[in-house]
Design a protein around this ligand. Structure first.
Ligand code: GLN
Length: 479
């Protein structure tokens, strides 16, 4: 009996150590020369994925040219504006370049580079709609992007004009809301809105730029000062040698992006985005497999802790299940990815943060049905085994578990499928799995219906494969 306690506890300890070392050992070494830079999913002409799904745009080209000029490397993470800002704030990423306006408020938590572009906020509406003035917004909805200066501007004039605010995580969803007529207007940075309209976004700018200001590259206040200096030096070099002008000209010239003329059928979209979709598919599959593995280990251990004859262990098991089953997955992911590092100062790679999140959340559900499955075996079985002289551990292994596992199998299969679907939530921390890949592709071509249909079918294919595999395992274990 003692042995079973010890093995459960040591199993749990090994599992957590394994994950923690996995998480922390992948970060150092590289960090000295390669900086992790967060950016928006889409904010053309400053950052957007081109047809080859490479991140390009004024910010991206500037960042790469500066890195080259100053001899460091960058790893670009298109996590979305708000996510990038928060990841830098918590120390998960080294810097953010995302058409980020230098504001008084932000200067309290960020150190900004020298300004590199001037911009202001404009209001955009449907080209043929009736709203053309701020004063016509009363009682209507206005779309903004989370955490942006456009959102702050909207808030600052909301009382005066009496509109409702709806928030979106990226610019495209915000535009889409206006184009479909849900919102009457949106607030966006003027160079971005102008560029978008030139590229075919069906909106019209109706106000002069407000809140004029400048964009800057940002790092966490007091941190990464070396990177900031390198950026400033590089920027000065690029301005002096004409590269800065070349880059801005390249994106602000009159050329229309060729993507808008490309094949927009489902087959065409599949062909154009083949490599991005494949790598998103692989990432989703990989996340699912690793998460299922750790969640099963965690769940079985915690479930067993719930049935061993120890009040303490039972209590720990119940608490773990209560906490991790009670927390929404999204909150847990953000807590692990941005919450913990901002407290400890230690980075956790997004993939590992994602796995830890799924391990705890899915594991808690597994623990609950493992416990339930064992408890469902008639208590007379244990009594009989014990009265025949079998020790607790052996009785558990030989008599109870084989019956319990049979009860648990359908729940396992169910949980594996849920785990697969839940990986999509991890797009919030910028993991480039299928859902995030979809967001990025749509950000470029605005083909929401077709791209989400493709992504949905891919999920269904993986779910079918997983179900087949589970059924096959189930058939085999019945023997
Ligand atoms: N310039 C705006 C800001 O800093 C918007 C940036 C963005 O959406 N990427 O808030």
């Amino acid at each position: 009996m003692k042995r079973s306690f010890a093995s459960v506890v040591s199993g749990l300890a090994v599992l957590i150590t394994l994950l923690v070392t996995l998480g922390f050992s992948t970060t150092p070494a590289k960090a000295t020369t390669t900086y992790q830079i967060g950016t928006d999913v889409t904010f053309p002409p400053f950052e957007f994925a081109n047809k080859q799904n490479k991140y390009v745009g004024i910010d991206m080209d500037l960042m790469r040219a500066i890195a080259k000029d100053q001899g460091f490397k960058v790893n670009i993470k298109p996590v979305g504006f708000n996510a990038a800002v928060q990841a830098v704030q918590s120390g998960q990423l080294d810097g953010v370049i995302a058409g980020m306006s230098i504001t008084k408020e932000r200067e309290a938590t960020f150190d900004f580079s020298k300004p590199y572009f001037t911009s202001g906020v404009v209001m955009a509406v449907q080209p043929k709609g009736s709203v053309t003035k701020l004063s016509q917004l009363r009682g209507k909805k206005v779309a903004v992007k989370t955490g942006t200066s456009g959102a702050d501007y909207a808030k600052s004039i909301q009382k005066k004009y009496g509109f409702k605010i709806v928030t979106f995580d990226d610019s495209n969803n915000m535009y889409e809301d206006v184009m479909t007529g849900n919102s009457a207007a949106c607030f966006e940075d003027s160079p971005v809105m102008q560029y978008g309209i030139k590229q075919g976004t069906k909106l019209k700018i109706v106000t002069k730029p407000a809140e004029s200001g400048s964009y800057g590259f940002a790092v966490q206040k007091g941190k990464n000062q070396k990177l900031l200096k390198l950026f400033n030096k590089g920027l000065a070099d690029l301005k002096a040698n004409g590269t800065y002008d070349k880059i801005t000209q390249k994106y602000l010239g009159t050329t229309k992006s060729s993507d808008s003329a490309s094949d927009r059928s489902i087959i065409g979209l599949l062909k154009q985005n083949k490599s991005a979709l494949i790598s998103g598919f692989e990432e989703t599959l990989w996340l699912t497999i690793v998460a299922i593995f750790f969640a099963t280990l965690f769940g079985v251990l915690v479930g067993l802790m719930g049935v061993v004859p120890s009040k303490f262990m039972n209590g720990v098991s119940t608490t773990l299940i209560y906490v991790f089953r009670g927390l929404p997955l999204l909150v847990l992911a953000l807590f692990i990815y941005t919450g913990i590092p901002s407290l400890t100062g230690q980075k956790i790679p997004a993939f590992v943060a994602g796995i830890i999140t799924l391990m705890f959340n899915e594991g808690a559900y597994i623990a609950a049905f493992v416990k339930g499955g064992i408890n469902a075996v008639d208590s007379g079985q244990m009594e009989a085994a014990r009265s025949l002289g079998l020790p607790f551990g052996k009785a558990m292994r030989r008599i109870i578990l084989p019956q319990g596992i049979r009860i648990m199998i359908p729940s396992f299969i169910n949980q594996f499928i849920i785990t697969l679907k839940d990986t999509s939530i991890l797009s919030i921390i910028g993991i480039l799995e299928l859902t995030q890949t979809g967001k990025i592709i749509i950000a470029r071509n605005l083909e929401g219906f077709k791209v989400w249909s493709i992504i949905a079918v891919i999920y269904l294919v993986i779910i079918t494969l997983l179900t087949w595999l589970s059924n096959w395992v189930q058939r085999r274990t019945r023997l």
